[in-house]
Design a binder for this molecule. Structure first.
Ligand code: NAP
Length: 444
């Protein structure tokens, strides 16, 4: 690992990288199959990733012809890291077993440990014999769409592929490790003005928000659209907020604290709702909605921007979904990609059909969407929302923060990178983009 790191720090050429010896094993953040039932009977909020995430040495897998082995300099915590580590809504080991049935190469994934992580920045070390566009030494970021290019159903939009998966969640060998195995069509160029940890936090959340809001596969936002964004300083919400500002829309950011509202103001958001201060009680009890509260929420939105939202960026799920359906403008779109608070949703259909609204289900992004979202980061038009940086050895603590909603934006994780701030290869462009734009979410 030392010689790999030296080669990266010295910007070695392709030949030097290709000559490096690959270690037989490497350090990784894993959950273990033997722990799958450890939280049985424990309430979801009390399931603690610090108990289930382990750091251990794992064997380096062989790569398939269409794959690359990468040195991971940094990764990030996503909400799927939380789902894997609390074994909810299902244990991810079932996904690994299903994947293993697909091919000889896929069998590698079915192991008693699951290496988590669906983001990475780093350097290509080896490429398989069928890889054309990448070579050892390339500095890359990784998007998490793991797709079978021999499956006809994935050729219009790869997110529709019958066996499309999320790397590091539904596959093994994820990014929370010193090395990782990815398909070559997950690779994207690393934005040169960013450090490893800044470059590592974007791909999953940025691409998801791009598809949900900007892409014709999502809400296809246009200039002037009013967009209600739940969790506007959270992982996906913080990119959604930037897309609305960047694309000439009018964001209404919902957050739960004065500090988060301050971050939004710093980004240029004028219409902000503090849901905690507003104390909206959309449910009277577990089974009874309170329509008066939807109306109060809608009234507060109108008071801020003078109209109803054209688009609602929805992901909290059960707790907010009926209100989201209610407040959307006549003919408006509700785009959803998740259900953090519960996936059995209910809403009053009268407000849906009589007001001719549209509901769009969205999930991650295809390669093109991920590439376009990455390009906007490369061009300094969308920025990383890194708030804190943890070491790989602290992955459990970092996942705990996200599980408990103690964070803002994204938490970065240093893997092979020995310290923060490394990997910037275009400082002139960084200066042009502006340090301020890169630090809205930083705690220190
Ligand atoms: P995150 O960083 O935790 O942010 C979510 C934000 O939502 C929180 O910061 C919180 O903001 C808000 N929130 C949480 N519970 C809420 C509730 N009951 N009512 C209202 N607001 C609530 O997580 P994330 O990375 O943005 O991910 C959000 C969800 O999207 C997760 O369920 C994740 O699994 C899912 N996701 C799906 C995809 C996909 O491809 N389908 C991709 C990425 C993420 P405030 O407390 O400030 O309001």
């Amino acid at each position: 690992m030392k010689s790999i790191l030296e080669a990266i720090e010295n910007n070695a050429d392709t030949k030097a990288f290709a000559a490096l010896q690959i270690p037989d094993s490497y350090r990784a953040a894993v959950v273990r199959k033997e722990d799958q039932e450890m939280f049985a009977g424990v309430a979801s909020a009390d399931k603690d990733p610090r108990k289930s995430v382990h750091i251990q040495e794992v064997a380096t897998p062989e790569i398939a012809p269409d794959e690359a082995l990468i040195a991971v300099m940094a990764s990030s915590i996503n909400f799927n890291t939380v789902w894997s580590s609390i074994f909810e809504p299902i244990s991810t080991f079932s996904a690994l077993t299903r994947l293993a049935r697909e091919s000889e190469w896929a069998k590698r994934h079915d192991l008693p440990y699951h290496i988590m992580g669906s983001d990475a920045s780093g350097v290509v070390l080896r490429v398989g014999s069928a890889v054309r566009n990448w070579k050892p030494g390339d500095r890359i970021t990784v998007h998490c769409n793991h797709v079978d290019d021999q499956d006809p159903s994935s050729h219009n939009d790869s997110m529709l592929g019958s066996n499309q998966r999320i790397w590091g969640y539904e596959t093994n060998f994820g990014g929370l490790a010193d090395l990782s195995v990815v398909k070559a069509n997950q690779l994207m160029p690393k934005p040169e003005h960013l450090s490893w940890e800044e470059a590592a936090v974007n791909a999953l959340c940025n691409s998801t928000s791009y598809r949900m809001l900007v892409s014709p596969n999502g809400a296809h936002m246009k200039q002037g659209d009013v967009v209600l964004i739940w969790g506007a300083t959270g992982g996906i919400g913080a990119y959604a907020t930037q897309y609305v500002l960047n694309g000439g829309g009018i964001p209404i950011g919902v957050v739960s604290s004065a500090d988060k509202a301050e971050i939004l103001r710093g980004m240029g958001v004028e219409a902000i709702i503090d849901r905690r201060a507003g104390n909206y009680q959309f449910w009277k009890d577990e089974n009874t909605h309170d329509e008066k509260e939807w109306k109060r929420f809608g009234g507060d939105i109108r008071a801020l921007v003078g109209e109803d939202p054209d688009i609602v960026f929805e992901h909290p799920g059960r707790s907010t979904f009926a209100a989201s359906m209610y407040v959307a403008k006549k003919g408006g779109t509700i785009a959803t990609c998740a259900a953090t608070s519960g996936y059995m949703m209910e809403f009053d259909n009268r407000y849906f059909w009589m007001r001719l609204k549209k509901l769009v289900g969205s999930h991650f992004a295809n390669y093109r969407e991920a590439w376009e979202a990455n390009r906007l980061i490369q061009k300094g038009m969308i920025h990383p929302v890194l708030s804190q940086v943890f070491d790989l050895n602290q992955t459990g603590d970092a996942a705990y923060q996200v599980h408990k909603n103690m964070h803002e934006g994204k938490i970065g994780v240093l893997c092979m990178a020995p310290r923060e701030g490394m990997g910037i290869s275009n400082p002139e462009f960084r200066e042009k983009v502006g340090e301020k734009n890169l630090r809205h979410f930083r705690r220190s």
